[in-house]
Design a protein around this ligand. Structure first.
Ligand code: BG6
Length: 499
């Protein structure tokens, strides 16, 4: 690991939730690991009237053990929408970098409402803050959501590309920052044994699940305009599909990897017309009592209209029309207020072609499973059949598994830690590229449109604490096939969930 160049990280939205909960924590971790540059400062920007000192106090109250990061935090109170404030920002940054005797390298992190993603880069550019040259660099990190549909994402890309070059734009998809998500690439491409099987000849179907046990909490106002399809599927889940399904890149470089992910997105067969009703299921959680606790329905959440038709669950079946995956269904689902928090990718291999042995637990005969657990209990598991000791040939399913927690050094960095460091080093591999974001929206758009325009497409209610609408099971093809339900002992403790 080499240290990034000296720079100032400018955070718009400096008193917001993301900055307090994730960004400063990530910086504190990077500092502990000695990965921040020798000369480094954070300049928080927002409308709130903090001074450097009161900003540091506010951060300290929100962070266990702030370590040594506080002295590096600074604050400038300004209205990010006000173009006239930007010459002052430019002067402030120039003053900071000259007093610290460092090159004026800047990262601008837009942790703001998306309505400012157009204005801030424009105003920065007007005062020359996006211009690189003479060995200095300027980068912009944009939080999700990147657009709300294909048109808006395309317009946002176009407006950014008028001001900046693609290598300066870092579009966050925090799932790509997760250690276990990156491990999908390593599992596939550093081992000789998986790749030969990783195609339509041996894979029956692929499942991607990202479930949360929490509801929308205080984010109802945002979420109601978004819904699970925009909030989770268009970005996080499709990125996972991209990494699972991509062809091997020729080298590990940001463009080589992202070219392959883009090709996957471009090959996903559009879901249109009647297929939407058949292959895409949407649901919304309803009040229920889970292990003695009464949980609100989505429509009772703060900031959510009582007649909201926003989905908090979505499941779909999709196909990737290329040589590797022709005819292999990919089932993906995500939802809030499901029984537990778990994200995993499950590769279902085809069964052996001829059944010779009795199954002790019928089910294994359906084929081996490879489970890539993204979170929690991060790890990988292969399920296969083994002979039961004793007479005859009975087969039972057993697990071969690896858990990160068993490693000597089982420290798993937070996604934002990795992503911030990568941006500081100018590496955009784990950031979404503009063309891929547009391709993902292009796939999702007809579904959003149909849901909006056709009230006959049902929105299924599901009680909190269940795996979503039961009809979601019907999109799985084949007898005796169903989603993998990763929780054990659900009746005793719904949060216990192991590989
Ligand atoms: C965010 C979504 O992008 O991802 C949230 O906006 C969701 O609604 C979150 O809860 C899930 O992230 P993680 O890392 O907890 O799986």
């Amino acid at each position: 690991m080499y240290k990034p160049d000296d720079h100032i990280l400018v955070i718009f939205g400096a008193s917001g939730d993301l900055t307090r909960r994730k960004l400063i924590y990530a910086l504190r971790e990077l500092q502990k690991l000695d990965l921040l540059p020798g000369k480094f400062a954070v300049l928080g920007i927002g409308r709130s009237a903090y001074t450097d000192d009161s900003y540091r106090e506010m951060i300290a109250e929100n962070l266990d053990d702030p370590g040594e990061i506080l002295p590096q935090l600074h604050y400038l109170s300004m209205d990010p929408e006000d173009e006239k404030a930007y010459p002052g920002l430019a002067a402030h940054l120039a003053g900071m970098s000259s007093s610290m005797q460092m090159d004026p390298n800047y990262i601008f992190y837009l942790a703001t409402p998306p309505s400012l993603y157009g204005a801030i880069p424009h105003h920065l550019s007007k005062v020359g803050l996006t211009r690189e040259g003479g060995g200095t660099w300027r980068r912009i990190i944009i939080e999700k959501p990147f657009g709300t549909d294909f048109q808006s994402a395309r317009a946002l890309n176009a407006s950014l590309l008028e001001l900046l070059q693609e290598h300066q734009i870092f579009r966050i998809d925090h799932y790509l920052g997760k250690e276990t998500v990156q491990n999908v690439l390593v599992t596939r491409f550093s081992n000789g044994i998986f790749e030969p099987l990783w195609n339509r000849n041996f894979v029956d179907h692929v499942e991607v699940t990202s479930s949360e046990n929490l509801g929308v909490g205080s984010r109802g106002g945002y979420y109601d305009h978004s819904g699970a399809l925009r909030d989770m599927l268009q970005n996080h889940l499709l990125q996972l599909v991209g990494l699972v399904a991509m062809e091997p890149p020729t080298v590990i470089s940001s463009d080589a990897i992202r070219n392959e992910v883009l090709k996957v997105f471009q090959a996903i067969r559009p879901i249109r017309g009647d297929e939407i009703r058949k292959r895409v299921i949407r649901g919304q959680y309803m009040a229920s009592s889970v292990r003695g606790e009464t949980l609100k329905g989505y429509r009772e959440e703060e900031g959510v209209p009582a007649n909201s038709r926003t989905e908090t669950f979505v499941a779909m079946k999709l196909f990737i029309d290329n040589w590797r995956w022709g005819g292999v269904p990919f089932y993906i689902r995500t939802g809030k207020r499901l029984p537990t928090r778990v994200t995993e990718i499950v590769i279902h291999f085809k069964p052996s072609p001829h059944t010779l042995f009795d199954e002790l637990h019928p089910g294994h005969g359906q084929g081996n499973l490879l489970v890539i657990r993204i979170q929690p209990d991060e790890g990988i598991l292969l399920k296969f059949g083994m002979k039961v000791q004793g007479a005859g040939y009975k087969v039972q399913e057993v697990n071969m598994d690896f858990h990160y927690k068993d490693l000597m050094d089982s420290y798993i960095p937070e996604a934002y830690q990795r992503l911030l460091l990568d941006c500081m080093q100018g590496d955009s591999t784990l950031y979404a590229r503009g063309d891929a974001v547009e391709a993902a929206w292009k796939f999702v758009d007809p579904i959003l449109k149909a849901w909006k325009e056709d009230p006959a497409i049902p929105l299924h209610g599901y009680p909190c604490g269940t795996w979503g609408p039961e009809v979601a099971d019907q999109i799985i093809e084949g007898e005796e096939q169903s989603w993998r339900y990763p929780c054990k002992n659900l009746a005793d403790d719904g949060l216990y969930c192991e590989l």
